[in-house]
Design a protein around this ligand. Structure first.
Ligand SMILES: *Cc1c(COP(=O)(O)O)cnc(C)c1O
Length: 430
């Protein structure tokens, strides 16, 4: 156990040597996305032809992406936010409707609902998966609930069986936000194939990264056409067949334009070819890191059980669980500070709970004379502090870990040593 020598040292925060010596190789170890000459050629080709705003390359990317993920239709978008708005429109969300969404997620899982005249009801998260707690979804259902937004948070698949069961029981649409989990498996099947529709970001920081872009996937022709009608007017003539939409061809129903820039779809086609193998390497690296920390007090991996037939996809924004009760109540802030003093690249990890943000409580975005959140609600559905206890407290029980893009055993051992060293010497920090 190479960790042992590290644990006998004085913590770096107390003047000891760092567990993770500086290494110029880290630039490659953490760099993302991986761009080769093949990406460059594909993008240059679009630039030189001047076809950035056309759709021949995007349509090829859509077909390849749909096949990879296992859906009939895919529509490239200018970003994930727009793709998720289109998904909300596709399932029919409108004035007064409610979207149930986890409170701990990026704002773009939910906030677009406002622009459809709909609103958001937040549900609490499960402290282990950090995804929607199915039992809490059921408590949030009202006669106005239209859809559930499922976020596979930080790469971890949500409990789809339970969520689909509730959706069926109350006749709700299910939208998956796959922005953190491209390629993750839930019971052996790729996330993004469970809901009525799924949408995701492909922006530069995500695990599937092609610039400013997003994509929406569905098996339902009618949803696909609604998405095209909503914000892809240049495709109306060739793709709308539903009688209620055909008559509206020409202008975008949503008054928005969702088209994907073809420099991004060109890069997307190249990225897709290599994505499975690159993700496999990330999975080896991240699992190696956590396997080295097995049994260390106070910290636990945020990953599905090994025998669960679930995986973490590209491990976007990887985090760990923090259990201060095993470390004499050491606050997570101090733990993070001590790991960073060792060179351990530790962070805060999670989004702040959305249900407490002023945009969801006070802002009158569309000048209705009351907060937009409740502009079309028959009662005040706002959720005050204390209403979602797991979401409100989880920040004290999680931390961000290094996001390895390559499986480098020597270096990953050093990073794991940093976490082990701090956890095993926590008393020096109390
Ligand atoms: C990044 C992200 C989005 C938004 O995608 P953009 O491409 O940045 O518009 C939506 N939901 C989640 C969970 C995200 O992380």
């Amino acid at each position: 156990m190479t960790g042992v020598s590290a644990t006998q040292c004085t913590l770096a925060l107390r003047g000891g040597p760092k567990a993770v010596p500086d290494d110029p190789g880290d630039e490659a170890l953490f760099h993302w996305p991986i761009v080769t000459e093949e990406d460059e050629q594909a993008v240059l080709d679009v630039l030189r032809k001047g076809t950035m705003s056309q759709r021949d390359v995007t349509e090829k990317f859509e077909a390849e992406f749909a096949e990879w993920i296992g859906r009939k239709f895919a529509v490239g978008h200018c970003n994930g936010t727009m793709a998720l708005l289109a998904a909300m429109h596709a399932v029919g969300m409108g004035r007064g409707d409610e979207l149930i969404c986890p409170s701990v997620t990026y704002w773009a899982s939910a906030l677009q609902a406002f622009s459809l005249g709909a609103t958001v009801v937040f549900a609490d998260i499960d402290p282990e998966s950090l995804c929607l707690d199915p039992a809490d979804i059921e408590r949030r259902v009202t006669p106005r609930t239209k859809a559930i937004m499922v976020v596979h948070y930080c790469g971890r698949p949500a409990d789809m069986n339970a969520i689909l069961h509730i959706a069926k029981k109350y006749n709700l649409a299910v939208i998956e936000d796959v922005s953190h989990a491209h390629g993750a498996l839930y019971k052996g099947k790729m996330v993004g194939t469970f809901g009525d529709v799924a949408a995701m970001s492909l922006m530069s920081g995500k695990s599937f990264a092609v610039g400013e872009a997003g994509i929406l996937v569905t098996d339902r022709r009618e949803y696909y056409e609604r998405v095209i009608a909503f914000g892809h007017y240049a495709r109306h003539a060739t793709e709308l067949t539903l009688p209620e939409l055909k008559g509206l061809a020409g202008l975008p129903l949503g008054g928005v334009k969702g088209r994907m820039n073809q420099t991004c779809s060109a890069m997307g086609r190249v990225q897709l070819k290599y994505y499975p193998r690159r993700v496999a390497e990330i999975q080896n690296a991240m699992n190696r890191f956590w396997d080295l920390l097995e049994g260390v007090p106070g910290i636990r991996p945020h990953r599905p059980a090994k025998d669960s037939d679930c995986t973490m996809g590209g491990w976007y924004n990887p985090v760990g669980h923090y259990l201060p009760e095993e470390l004499g109540g050491l606050p997570v802030e101090t733990f993070i500070e001590a790991v960073n003093a060792e060179g351990g690249r530790c962070g805060r990890g999670l989004n702040a709970p959305l249900h407490l943000h002023p945009v969801f409580n006070q802002a009158d975005v569309y000048h209705d004379g009351k907060p937009t959140r409740i502009a079309f609600s028959p009662e005040d559905i706002r959720q005050p502090i204390g209403s979602l206890p797991v979401s409100e407290g989880i920040d004290q029980r999680a931390f961000g870990i290094p996001y390895f893009k390559h499986d480098n055993p020597r270096r990953i051992q050093q990073f794991a040593d940093a976490y082990r060293k701090v956890a095993e010497n926590y008393k020096a920090l109390l």
